[in-house]
Design a protein around this ligand. Structure first.
Ligand code: ARG
Length: 283
């Protein structure tokens, strides 16, 4: 494997790699240790990994323990003031720091930031519009502190990377008046990859990539392939948001987007340093 890795190590040296970390790879102990080893190894051989994490299940757990009700509209968490406090505590305080110490235990030097640090993720309130045949104008639903990204200010990341640190980012945005916003982690990873002109965006998921109609993983896809598979329904509702995020990142100049099965041992290294990879590469 090392010999197979050599050309990729040479090719990707110095390039930036944004990894969205979530799902089983984050929950299962053994997988999370292996993830941390992979990221540290990538850094040591000269790539620049940047980690963006989610934390939906952990947020749900704490809300439950605090007896705060969780509500979702179209898959988005309704985030009132009180819920936003919990989102910040869990993402910024708990999950982020767990990942930082995991990486540090494996010999890395990781630093955790939220989108507020260095004004990294600038956001505004997301207005959820819903169209119904009965109404002429779309209905606007208030789901509280859910944000959409307005701008990314990357200096905090480039400064950290240059100094040898691995940035670990919690997907919390900051509004013009300093308010906090809860933002989807895939979207954050995509935008950060775009603003960093990353070579790769890697999305770790709980599925073996994009599947064909026989449930086999499709190894390589072009943008045109993806559009065809969306149109004919092969890419279904679960994968659709990931794939749309992938297309947006590609339009923004990211070299490739790789959707990788995070339940596979050392999935990251296998994807980046072997010819066939373990997921779906969209470029
Ligand atoms: N290791 C190479 C890369 O990261 C090739 C990966 C191919 N992956 C795939 N799913 N077909 O670019």
């Amino acid at each position: 494997m090392l010999v197979e890795a050599l050309p990729y190590i040479r090719r990707f040296q110095g390039s930036t790699l944004v990894v969205k970390y979530g799902g089983n790879a984050m929950i299962e102990d053994q997988l999370s240790i292996e993830f941390a080893q992979d990221v540290v190894l990538l850094k040591l051989v000269g790539l620049n990994p940047v980690v963006v994490h989610g934390g939906g299940p952990q947020i749900g757990d704490l809300l439950k323990r605090l007896n705060i009700e969780s509500r979702f509209v179209d898959g988005l968490r309704v985030t009132d003031e009180q819920t936003m406090d919990v989102v910040q505590m869990v993402l910024g305080g708990l999950v982020n720091q767990e990942i930082v110490s995991l990486l540090n235990q494996q010999g890395g030097r990781a630093v955790g930031v939220t989108g507020k640090d260095g004004n990294l993720i600038q956001a505004r309130k997301f207005k959820l519009e819903r169209r119904t045949p009965e109404l002429d104008a779309p209905e606007i639903i208030d789901i509280g502190h859910v944000g959409e990204i307005v701008n990314i200010q990357t200096d905090i990341l480039t400064t950290l990377m240059k100094a040898g640190f691995i940035p670990v980012i919690a997907p919390i945005g900051v509004g013009a008046d300093g308010e906090s916003y809860n933002i989807n982690a895939d979207t954050v990873a995509g935008k950060i990859a775009e603003y960093l002109s990353a070579e790769k965006l890697i999305l770790l998921t709980n599925t073996p990539g994009v599947l064909d109609t026989n449930k086999q993983t499709i190894s390589e896809l072009s943008r045109a392939d993806v559009e065809r598979l969306i149109a004919d329904g092969t890419i279904g509702s679960g994968m659709l948001p990931k794939v749309e995020c992938a297309l947006e990142a590609l339009s923004g100049g990211v070299g490739s987007v790789q959707i990788v099965d995070g339940t596979v041992s050392h999935a990251l290294l296998l994807e980046i340093f072997t010819d066939s990879g373990v997921g779906t590469k969209i470029s």
